[in-house]
Ligand binder design. Structure first.
Ligand code: F6R
Length: 604
């Protein structure tokens, strides 16, 4: 959570930083701030609220500087307020820092500093970093950063300026992402690529405990013993366009609409040629006796869908799916015969990272499905395959989820073949089916007007339930999560057969029950469940390709294109995403930045 950016170069850093913060706002948006280097001291402006609040103050107090750092915050320690916003300065105003992460031992450090007479201005954990840096500063900022880092427990990506050092911007990281971008006019640090993409696509990925020193004309890297190290410069192939809204009202809608393209790219990367394909082909699944899938939020839901697919196509005896926040503490029964699959858009989710490390510590082989190249999970997993979703800016995931599913499908098909559970002719027909997903999603887009109209009539529902059986239940989980996170409508997902075991008591007049129905063999069962809620006053929206229902004032239908049942979640989810989007849009909500959420959950 939180986004940081820094710039040193020949241009005015202020608009560069503000523009970068706009691209990072998805990481946190309860307050923002900027500090720039000035001969008379740092110029600092910090404002609670959205970035526009900060911009308004900056417009009234314009300043210029060749070097600055900026921050957009998702509060963890200390409420969102001007004073708790970053950057934080030491009491002598000599060192300014921006921090993404959590300092777990901040209380202890703060007490020590207070005993030495240091007065704190904020309630944040981050301020201890600035205060500690001032305490240890001995004229050499790199020595200081090394010494400070040695005292910090927790996670951090830090941008640091020192008043004695007009030329150098310093950064260091541990367990939170940080990239270094280089351009003709100057150099950057940032939490993520979109923040600097309008200036450069040439980046270095900083690894844990590495320190970087940026100046106008160059960049240097050091290890924690202050020895110079060399790093590989990478080229990002994301277009600038992919990090902009491109005429859509919200990133979320744009990202929903991008799904046919990114799915085509992801499927071909896994099926035709390239690193994804090589990795998938190289995994000898027969070596393992268990697959454990773990992730958080929507990525976990993708894992739940995939469990049904792995079970059906691989007939593997032991397949588990577990929330990473539970997995990490459950004393998982895994060993070197377990393949642990980790799923993460950002590659930086704290619980998923912890699950990865726990799995490795127990000798399991780890396979990560990640969107962000250079992220912690991507780097630490034994194998990493990448979703070709491009930058996903809206906090609620759509295209990353769909591409995760696509890679999981490919894994299941390929593993099923290697295990001898899928004959070659069935493999080719499954792959042919998979390749129809993009065009079938485009066909769903022809019904956007209907979905929009239907959703606009749903804004007053207090409760919306999602039901399904088998794989339809798995995707119902994602429909429900999507709706609640962006429209703030209370929503739950239930397996159809569970309704009568309790949840049906919640059904009354004016309850909407979205009924997923692409499992043909179970249609009569889910239809009965739908009838049971209709007879208790609920309205039902069927979404699926297996349903033949008569519509009425109580019953509506969004019929999906036909597809293999196991791949139907890829189609259903698009309707569920659009439905949630339009409910939220009709409520006039801030869809790309839902309250209390952040894109990258880098804290527990
Ligand atoms: C929901 C959503 C979140 C993420 C979850 C995991 O729309 O986006 O539930 O799926 O926070 O994030 P990653 O995939 O980055 O590990």
């Amino acid at each position: 959570m939180c986004g940081i950016i820094g710039y040193v170069g020949s241009e005015n850093s202020v608009p560069i930083i503000v523009d970068g913060l706009k691209k990072l706002e998805y990481r946190g948006y309860d307050s923002a701030g900027i500090a720039v280097y000035g001969d008379e001291g740092f110029g600092v402006i910090k404002k609670k609220g959205r970035l526009t609040e900060l911009e308004a103050v900056l417009n009234k107090n314009p300043f210029t500087s060749h070097m600055g750092i900026g921050h957009t915050r998702w509060a963890t320690h200390g409420e969102p307020s001007d004073i708790n916003s970053h950057p934080h300065l030491g009491s002598r105003n000599k060192i300014a820092i921006v921090h993404n992460g959590i300092i777990e031992n901040y209380k202890e450090l703060k007490e020590r500093l207070e005993r030495k007479g240091v007065t704190f201005a904020s309630q944040t954990d981050s301020e201890v970093i600035a205060q500690l840096a001032e305490l240890y500063y001995n004229g050499d900022i790199i020595d200081t950063v090394i010494k400070v880092s040695a005292h910090l427990e927790g996670s951090y990506a830090l941008g640091i300026m020192c008043l004695d050092d007009p030329d150098n911007l310093i950064a260091v990281k541990k367990d939170n992402p940080l990239i270094v971008g280089i351009s003709e006019h100057g150099n950057f640090i940032a939490s993520d690529v979109p923040a600097i993409l309008s200036h450069t696509n040439k980046v270095y990925y900083l690894s844990d405990n590495e320190i970087t020193v940026l100046r106008k004309g160059g960049v240097e890297f050091f290890n924690s013993d202050k020895e110079p190290i060399s790093k590989t410069l990478e080229t990002i192939n994301w277009s600038l366009d992919s990090a902009e809204k491109g005429g859509y009202q919200h990133f979320m809608l744009k990202e929903i609409m991008e799904q046919p393209k990114v799915l085509r790219d992801t499927l071909s990367s896994a099926l035709l040629s390239g690193e994804n394909k090589n990795i998938i082909d190289s995994i000898d699944i027969s070596k393992f006796n268990k697959i454990a899938i773990t992730a958080c939020g929507s990525a976990y839901n993708a894992g739940v869908v995939s469990k049904y697919v792995f079970e059906r196509l691989c007939r593997f005896s032991s397949i588990e799916v577990e929330l990473a926040s539970e997995f990490r503490y459950k004393d998982a029964v895994i060993d070197e015969n377990t393949l642990v699959i980790l799923i993460s858009q950002s590659g930086e989710t704290a619980d998923t990272i912890a699950a990865l490390r726990e799995s490795k510590a127990r000798g399991s082989v780890t396979l990560a499905i990640v969107n962000v190249v250079g992220s912690t999970i991507a780097k630490e997993a034994d194998y990493t395959i990448f979703t070709a979703a491009g930058p996903e800016i809206a906090v609620a995931t759509t295209k990353a989820f769909s591409t995760q599913l696509a890679l999981l499908y490919v894994l299941a098909v390929k593993f099923g073949c290697k295990l001898g559970k899928i004959p070659p002719d069935m493999e080719s027909s499954l792959i042919a089916e998979l390749n129809t997903i993009p065009e079938k999603i485009s066909a769903i887009f022809e019904h956007v007007d209907y979905i929009q109209k239907y959703a606009s009539a749903c804004i007053s529902y207090k409760n919306i339930f999602f039901i399904g059986r088998n794989i339809d239940y798995a995707i119902a989980l994602e429909g429900s999560l999507k709706l609640k996170e962006i429209s703030y409508t209370h929503s739950e997902a239930y397996a159809g057969g569970e309704l009568k075991h309790g949840p049906i008591s919640l059904v009354e007049e004016n309850t909407l029950v979205v009924t997923l129905s692409s499992c043909g063999r179970l249609f009569s069962k889910i239809f009965s469940n739908a009838e049971q809620v209709i007879s208790r006053g609920a309205k039902v929206l069927f979404v699926g390709n297996a349903c033949e229902v008569e519509t009425s004032d109580k019953v509506s239908l969004i019929k999906l294109p036909g597809i293999h049942e196991l791949f139907s979640p890829s189609l259903s989810v698009v309707v569920l995403q659009l439905f949630s989007y339009y409910v939220a849009a009709n409520k006039g909500l801030d869809i790309d930045k839902p309250r209390n959420l952040a894109k990258s959950v880098t804290v527990e």
